[in-house]
Structure formats: structure tokens, C-alpha cells
Design a binder for this molecule. Sequence first.
Ligand code: FA5
Length: 350
Amino acid sequence: MSEKTNALKQEFLLSLADVKTQEELEEIRVKYLGKKGLVTELLKDMRSLTPEEKKTFGQEVNVLKEEVSEKIAAAREEIKQAEIERELALMPEFDVSMPADLRRGSYHPITLVQRQCEEIFKSMGFAVEDFREVVTDYECFEALNIPKDHPARDMQDTYYLDNGQLLKSHTSAAQNAIYKKYKDALVNEGKPIKAIFPGRCFRNEATDACHENTFFQMEGVMVDKNISISNLIFFMKTMLSEVFRKDIKVRLRPGFFPFVEPGFELDISCLICGGEGCASCKHSGWLELCPCGMIHPEVLRAGGIDPEEYTGFAFGLGLTRLAMMKYGVKDIRDLNSGSLKVLSQFTDDK
Ligand code: FA5
């Protein structure tokens, strides 16, 4: 091997020894084997050689080229291997002999009770509807006969967005959209409107054992010709007896909501204290569970339904409170706590 070829080979081997990354290696490949690389440049020296010398020198350069290529390929593999090992060293060690943790998640009690109510109402011909959490002032209040500055708004302070929309304070906010969706089928095909719409509600209020600022309700409406309070009572009774499957004490008393006339409060005797009075029922022995009433004519009219021809009932079931009562949860705040100690106790069959 000529002195020049040998010197180039030694220089290449030295620089290869320092290479740590694929990028550095690529630089070296271009430096030696690229179109204008040092190995290729060697061939320029051939011009001044005799044909015999050219042959020997040409072979020598080809051998060097091959050697350089092989060493670069080997270095590429080594660097790749080293990278894999570095990554493996950073990974936590797995003990494959360790027993698996077979604990499963469980449904949230509110989901369980919501699904149960959905099944009950579906079996009675109600459609299950979904609705947004962000609603307009019109949907949440005005369409429900609660104009601006009406005192009933004080009971439902909520969280407002910069654009004037708000987080719905009750599921009644979907009523107007439901009437508009189903009114044509009611008028043209004589199909009664029967729908429930569960959803998350928000209120800007202090929390205690039976009040949360984020809770679930399930609204229900039925509109047809000749719907009366007795229809309302039938559906409320059926729902409660199916959910609890035992005798529970309820009471119906007058209640005021601008969107129903007449309106009622449906209370349930507190199942935590058996009606004696405790923190869960604000020491009254009763828990407000499902206000209801006959839909106000103005509300039907806003939904495009003629109140002279049709009547209907509406109810707003407190789903979170229902879950409290059904599962014996003393403090409503536990349901939003995300604590697995609390939540893992509930399963479908309880
Ligand atoms: C309403 O929200 C009416 N929209 C219900 C209604 C619908 C009446 C249709 C008539 C016809 P109220 O604010 O009372 O009403 O709430 C209804 C139920 O939701 C309560 O009885 C209670 O069970 C539940 N609830 C209300 N506020 C809270 C709260 N802060 N935390 C937990 N549950 C609540």
C-alpha cells in the first residue's frame, strides 16, 4: 500500500474511533466516500502514473474504499446497539414473576343510577336525549318563562362565559330544543312527546352534605292531548318503585317554578336517617328529589306547541341525590371526590 493510501487509512481509523452518534458517522462517510470525498480524490493522482502503476494503485484504492465502507457499516450497527442499550437502561425493570393486579374499575354510582332510570323510562316509551353543558340564556331561562331580572334566577346562579353563554344550571335548559325537535311529529302524526334528558348541571353555590356546585339531574317531559297530573304521578311512582324496589315514603307539596303551573316538590323521606333528621337531609327528615309540574302554557308556546290543544308534564330528578339515597352515601361531596375508597364499593348489582 502506498504511503499516501496508508496515511489516509490511518487518519480514517483515528476519526472513526471518536464517533458516538449516527450524525457524526454520516459526516465521516461523506468526508471519505462522498463524491468529492478523500478516497475518491486519491484517484486523481493516477494521471501521472504508468499503466502498470495505475492498475496496482486502482486496486489499492478500491480495497481501501471497501474497507472504509465495511468499517462505517460496522460502526453504524454498534452505535444503534448502544442507543438501544441506553434506552433499556432507562426503562423500569419488570419482574415477570410478579402476580398481576387484577382489580377492575367500577361504574360511578351516578352512572349506575342514571342507566337504571334510562332503562325504566325507555321501557315506558321515552326517548333518551343528550344536551350541551354550555347553553344560552334563552335556553336556560327565557324560554322557561324566566325573563331577565326575574327573582327565580337568584336560585340558580351559575358560571358565565365571556360570550354571554353559561353552564346550564338545570336540565330544563333542554326543554325548548326538545319541544322544537318533536313538535312536528306531535302535530302531524299524533305522536306524544316523551323524552328524558340526563345531564350535568352547575350552580354557583356553597356546598354541604346535600349540595354540590356540580351535580346531575334528569329531566323528563311528556306532551300530548289531555295529559294531566295523574299521568305525572303515575310515572313518578313507577320510577321510584323501580329504582328502590322497596317501600319508601314520599310527599308531594306545592312548589313554585316559573315553567310549570301547577308546580310540585316531590320529596323523599331521608334513607340515611330513616326520616329522623341528619346532615344529609339538612335535619328535616326529607330530601328534595324531583320537582315537577304541568308545563306552563308560555313554555309550550315558546317551543312551538299550541297550549290550547296540548298539555304536558315535566320533572327534574336530582340524579346525584338519588344516587346518595340509593347507595346510602351520607355526603354528596364524596360522589365527586374521585376517591377510589368510596367509589370502588359500587357495582351494577348493588
Ligand atoms: C330545578 O332545577 C328545576 N329545573 C326542576 C324542575 C323541572 C321543576 C321540571 C319542574 C319541572 P331545583 O333547583 O329544585 O329545580 O333542582 C331540582 C333537583 O335537583 C333538586 O330537587 C335536587 O334533587 C337537585 N339539586 C338541585 N340543586 C342541587 C345541588 N346544588 N346539589 C345537588 N343536587 C341538587
